[in-house]
Design a protein around this ligand. Structure first.
Ligand SMILES: CC(C)(COP(=O)(O)OP(=O)(O)OC[C@H]1O[C@@H](n2cnc3c(N)ncnc32)[C@H](O)[C@@H]1OP(=O)(O)O)[C@@H](O)C(=O)NCCC(=O)NCCS
Length: 171
């Protein structure tokens, strides 16, 4: 992968990264062998990226709660996605939590997810959250490290997933 000119930042979805978003997300879906809704969504996105960005950039109701989507971006390079669920449902309190994220494969193992989550927690502060729940599959060592590097305190395992709380400290 090319060197990034500057560290990525967590931003609202933007048309600037059209090519790298579609390439990165498609490659990961292909590697996962997925022919799922998301693959169809990516085809729709390629047809009208402006509309896609407007749709995913808005606060949307998913998992039964309002959610905000952010992209981790450096210049024209799309690195990953972070989603904040503004509150928990009983289901999300078991598995899912407040925040979900991924980094596209070529940019992994460079500290991006760790830094992206730190910025995501700053966004949670702006939303007025005082502590956030993160969950990850028991064997997901990279994600566990990302969460613990951001101060995640373990709170047991439910439905095969480890739960962690991160305090959102006032600035
Ligand atoms: C989990 C994920 C976001 C990590 O992204 P990343 O940018 O590679 O993470 P970082 O570079 O910040 O690495 C975090 C830690 O995990 C370690 N790590 C990363 N990939 C690893 C791997 N494949 N095996 C072992 N350790 C790994 C890093 O060395 C680092 O450890 P350290 O802090 O002790 O040095 C990424 O692998 C991913 O998108 N996975 C698929 C989606 C997913 O699992 N999302 C999380 C759902 S809860």
């Amino acid at each position: 992968m090319p060197e990034l000119d500057r560290p990525p930042r967590l931003v609202r979805p933007t048309v600037v990264v059209r090519a790298s978003f579609l390439a990165g997300e498609r490659a990961d879906r292909l590697a996962e062998g997925a022919t799922d809704d998301w693959s169809r969504t990516l085809d729709d996105a390629a047809r009208d990226f402006d509309a896609f960005v407007a749709r995913v950039g808005a606060v949307r109701r998913r998992w039964g709660v309002p959610c905000s989507t952010f992209w981790y971006v450096s210049g024209e390079h799309y690195v990953g996605t972070l989603i904040i669920r503004h509150r928990l449902t009983p289901e999300l309190a078991e598995a899912g939590g407040h925040i979900g994220y991924h980094v596209v494969t070529p940019w992994r193992r460079q500290g991006h997810a760790t830094a992206m989550l730190a910025e995501g927690i700053a966004e949670c502060r702006r939303l007025g959250l005082e502590r956030v729940l993160l969950t990850c599959a028991a064997g997901n060592e990279p994600s566990r490290r990302v969460i613990q590097a951001n101060g995640g305190v373990p709170d047991g395992r439910r439905r095969g997933g480890d739960r962690f709380w991160i305090a959102v400290r006032p600035q």
